[in-house]
Write a protein that binds this ligand. Structure first.
Ligand SMILES: CC(C)(COP(=O)(O)OP(=O)(O)OC[C@H]1O[C@@H](n2cnc3c(N)ncnc32)[C@H](O)[C@@H]1OP(=O)(O)O)[C@@H](O)C(=O)NCCC(=O)NCCS
Length: 310
């Protein structure tokens, strides 16, 4: 591998640690967290473009997202991170300007990046170059699952394809105005609503390991919560970490969110999870109230920036 690229990774290690999806789990050693992020960053999906300013190399790691591109009919890219050895802010700002002028102008499309709060220099340099802020995302997690205990259990079941039509409607209509797509003025609200409807449909079809819904005759099935076990990562991490992903609760099922989170915590523990994590927006007070009540704690904070040149 290019030695300048590796040197730039090495120079940014103290910030890149926070890009690891598991950085808040202290049991996973820092070196392992960096290895995980390095393989995500240098995986075969990544295109690395470099520019040279003030005697230093700057590397831009972008990933083309084929599914999103086909769905939104807009070339969609994730900017995974920017690597550099230099410490001069003006040089970094200029390097990003070059990247936009030379690369993004040739590859028109929609770019987004998720940046940990700790990477303040990159946040400043990207926003100074026209990347727009759209979302602040919190990650909550809980360990000590052997101590997870609830006074009450709730009747839930796994969703089936027969539930898909109703759950799509729930996803479409219980809008959270602050997630990336709803907050981003590049998308109209109907497109963002439909994306979530498609997401839950795909989750039921097998993209998620489990989708729980209420199994209570007093309630219509108008609430869901999806999760991925992430078992394929457990050996590498030497720690069993699972993730709750998408949820929505229609007004007809008010109060069911806590029940679903509680039951999913039991379910994931039964599958062998030692840690569970999930994301929400910093605006979603109902959600983090429920999580805190069930023993989840704040693990990390990220910001989503977007750049569109179509
Ligand atoms: C967020 C959501 C799942 C909550 O559904 P719910 O089970 O009906 O939740 P509730 O309205 O009962 O709220 C849960 C708790 O938060 C409290 N709460 C609600 N809004 C709040 C606010 N703005 N500030 C503080 N607390 C709030 C409620 O009073 C309740 O507390 P209680 O249990 O002490 O009474 C639902 O509103 C929804 O689907 N929203 C859109 C999609 C979404 O945001 N999904 C979650 C993404 S991570």
């Amino acid at each position: 591998m290019n030695t300048n690229l590796l040197a730039a990774f090495e120079a940014r290690k103290d910030k890149l640690f926070f890009y690891s999806p598991y950085n808040f789990v202290q049991k996973v050693a820092i070196e392992k967290q960096l290895n995980i992020f390095q393989s995500l960053l240098f995986g075969n999906k990544t295109q690395i473009v470099s520019t040279h300013i003030g005697g230093q190399h700057y590397f831009f790691c972008t990933q083309f997202l084929a599914w999103d591109t086909a769905y939104f009919k807009i070339p969609t890219y994730k900017l995974a991170s920017v690597l550099f050895e230099g410490t001069n802010y003006k040089d970094l700002q200029q390097a990003i300007g070059h990247f936009i002028d030379l690369n993004l102008s040739q590859h028109k499309g929609y770019y987004f990046i998720e940046i940990p709060s700790e990477d303040t220099i990159l946040l400043q340099a990207l926003t100074a170059n026209g990347f727009r802020f759209v979302e602040t995302r919190l990650t909550y997690f809980r360990g000590n699952l052997d101590k997870f205990d609830t006074p009450q259990r709730y009747a839930v079941r796994q969703a089936t394809e027969n539930d898909a039509l109703l759950l799509k409607e729930v996803a479409r209509t219980t809008r959270n105005g602050y997630d990336r797509l709803h907050a981003d003025t590049n998308f109209d609200l109907a497109t963002a609503d439909e994306y979530l409807a498609t997401y839950v449909e795909n989750a039921i079809k097998g993209f998620a390991d489990v989708v729980l819904v209420p199994d209570d005759k007093a309630y219509p099935c108008e609430a869901f919560l999806t999760a991925n076990y992430l078992k394929e990562e457990w050996d590498l991490l030497n720690t069993n970490i699972s993730k709750m992903v998408l949820s929505a609760v229609a007004p007809s099922c008010k109060g069911w969110y806590q029940k679903l989170i509680s039951e999913m915590t039991h379910h994931l523990r039964e599958q062998g999870a030692e840690y569970i994590f999930m994301n929400t927006q910093s605006t979603n007070r109902a959600v983090f109230k429920v999580w805190q009540r069930l023993g989840y704690e704040l693990g990390s904070t990220n910001h989503i920036l977007v750049f569109q040149n179509l």
